[in-house]
Design a protein. Structure first.
Length: 309
């Protein structure tokens, strides 16, 4: 091989690398986790991610501030998140209701009520506050409901926050906390590690669909929650994603990818990935969903634990 050819290959590799730069925005729902306030002496997620130095967007349920009777401590917890430089803020409603199951006026009230304190915090820390993430990603039971609420959100200056990847971290967290409460550190660690492995599987799965659909890596948006599991395992997941070539970007940055300009063509209430929502062919969408990494083992374990607690 000539030196010239090698140079071409090196150049090509560099280009290929640039072409396949993987990027993801980390988004965290159901903030603040006020149940944790009774464990103030234990680490909480907001403190753990300080060391990760990556941008994150949190979606706040203000109803959680009133979940325990120590409002001032809960507010302190939320403010602790809000003041951080790398944290962007979003609205996740007050009551965390499923939009498809309640009247639109109640849902509108819930959106506005969910912004009272966080809106003030956003102003105080000079941050934007213009994303809304639907609880359960339930955008409405049909196109009429979906259009109605979209018009309201537009009017109020909110952009719907999509996601492309999630891995049922809430389910892993229930199992994880169950083992921690029982003092079974070994099983807790195993389920935490399984969460990281499965999440990586989901990343690979959605990367492949994106490449099939768009011939490139898209800017992904990962959805997870403010919970004990992520306090301990999100840093590990972040490390694994870095090894996979991921760079961590803000939600705002992710949304500049033109894929997010596409229409949501899914008019049902289920909280599926936007990668599916952009696929117009319903049969193809279902076929892809069937190929998702299997969660059967975890679901069975979850059912067993829920029935026994
Ligand atoms: Zn939520």
């Amino acid at each position: 091989m000539t030196r010239y050819m090698i140079q071409i290959l090196i150049l090509l590799n560099i280009n290929l690398f640039a072409y396949s730069q993987k990027k993801v925005a980390i988004t965290i729902d159901d903030v603040p986790n006020t149940i944790r306030t009774k464990y103030y002496n234990k680490p909480i997620l907001s403190e753990k991610i300080d060391s990760l130095k990556i941008p994150v967007t949190i979606f706040i349920n203000e109803g959680l501030l009133y979940q325990t009777n120590i409002f001032s401590k809960n507010l302190e917890l939320l403010e602790n998140w809000a003041q951080k430089k790398y944290v962007s803020l979003g609205n996740h409603s007050f009551h965390h209701s499923r939009y498809s199951t309640i009247k639109i006026d109640s849902f509108k009230t819930d959106i506005l009520k969910g912004a009272e304190i966080s809106g003030r915090l956003a102003k105080k820390y000079k941050k934007a506050y213009d994303y809304f993430r639907f609880p359960f990603n339930d955008l409405g039971k049909d196109s009429v409901q979906q259009v109605q609420i979209k018009q309201f959100l537009d009017l109020k200056g909110y952009q719907i926050a999509p996601f492309t990847i999630e891995s049922s971290d809430w389910m892993f967290n229930c199992i994880y906390e169950h083992y921690l409460n029982k003092g079974d550190q070994i099983k807790a660690k195993q389920i935490g590690e399984l969460y990281v492995d499965k999440t990586l599987d989901y990343f690979i799965f959605f990367e492949e669909i994106a490449r099939d659909e768009y011939n490139r890596d898209i800017r992904q948006i990962y959805l997870c929650h403010d919970n004990t599991l992520n306090t301990h395992f999100l840093p590990i997941l972040i490390r694994r994603l870095k090894k996979r070539g991921y760079k961590f970007i803000s939600l705002e940055n992710a949304l500049t990818d033109r894929v997010y300009k596409q229409e949501n063509t899914y008019f049902k209430k289920w909280g599926i990935s936007w990668i599916y929502r952009w696929i117009n062919d319903g049969a193809k969408r279902i076929e892809l969903m069937k190929q998702e990494p299997s969660m059967v083992k975890v679901e069975r374990l979850y059912d067993k634990i829920m029935n026994s607690d």
